[in-house]
Design a protein around this ligand. Structure first.
Ligand SMILES: O=C(O)CCC(=O)C(=O)O
Ligand SMILES: [Mn+2]
Length: 215
């Protein structure tokens, strides 16, 4: 088991409940690991404050029904030199790694055995900020990319659903938590962070990625 300190939130938990039986898995072809307290509360608080101040938060735009509109959140594409990324038709040149983020990047590289060279930082200012259904399946990431998603701040619901249709899965991503998405998660499933009417604290999410086709 490559990540022993993670909860197995999907099929492994189901299999354990019914030993020896073939149980249809919730996310066939993909795997998820969720570590609710990857960071303790004090470390998570410190990193949240540092990143709120240190990241150059920008308004990105997305293509929606043929129109270019402001995305409902602030963002920053961060990475090693050369790790440009194109999504929603817009090429993003990377900003350098903020000093407060480098130890976390190095820790995740070691923990996951993946040389993450970039991260998309998103700032959800309140419950009106969100992310629509999508996959992290840009060609730059190659096949079966491992995505490491660190959440800081207000707890928000994260949804996954098969591209082919069917039920959705909901996870509450907590302050200081880490979610790993692997296997064919990006090819077979879409994910989203819906709006909420709840009064929710600002949230930062960082998805660490490895661009394999540097452009
Ligand atoms: O905010 C989240 O938890 C998800 C963000 C996401 O899916 C992305 O940045 O691609
Ligand atoms: Mn995503």
């Amino acid at each position: 088991m490559p990540f022993p300190h993670f909860l197995w939130v999907m099929q492994e938990a189901e299999r354990a409940a019914l030993p020896g039986q073939e149980v249809p898995s919730v996310l066939p072809g993909a795997w998820l690991r969720y570590a609710p307290t990857f960071l303790d509360a004090a470390s998570a608080d410190g990193l949240l404050d540092a990143l709120l101040a240190e990241i150059r938060w920008e308004q990105h735009h997305v293509r929606l029904f043929g129109r270019t509109v402001p995305s409902p959140r602030l963002s920053c594409w961060i990475g090693d030199a050369g790790s440009a990324y194109t999504y929603s038709g817009v090429r993003q040149e990377p900003r350098p790694w903020p000093s407060s983020l480098r130890p976390m990047r190095d820790r995740l590289r070691a923990a996951c055995g993946t040389a993450f060279n970039s991260a998309l930082a998103n700032l959800y200012r309140d419950g009106g900020d969100a992310m629509g259904w999508h996959s992290d399946d840009e060609p730059e990431l190659g096949a079966e990319p491992l995505i490491a998603s660190l959440s800081l701040g207000g707890t928000r619901r994260f949804l996954l659903r098969p591209r082919s249709g069917g039920g959705r899965l909901c996870l509450a991503l907590a302050h200081g938590s880490l979610l790993l998405m692997g296997g064919d998660c990006q090819q077979l499933y879409r994910h989203a962070l819906p709006r909420t009417r709840r009064d929710v604290a600002p949230r930062i999410n960082l998805t660490f990625r490895r661009i394999v086709h540097l452009g």
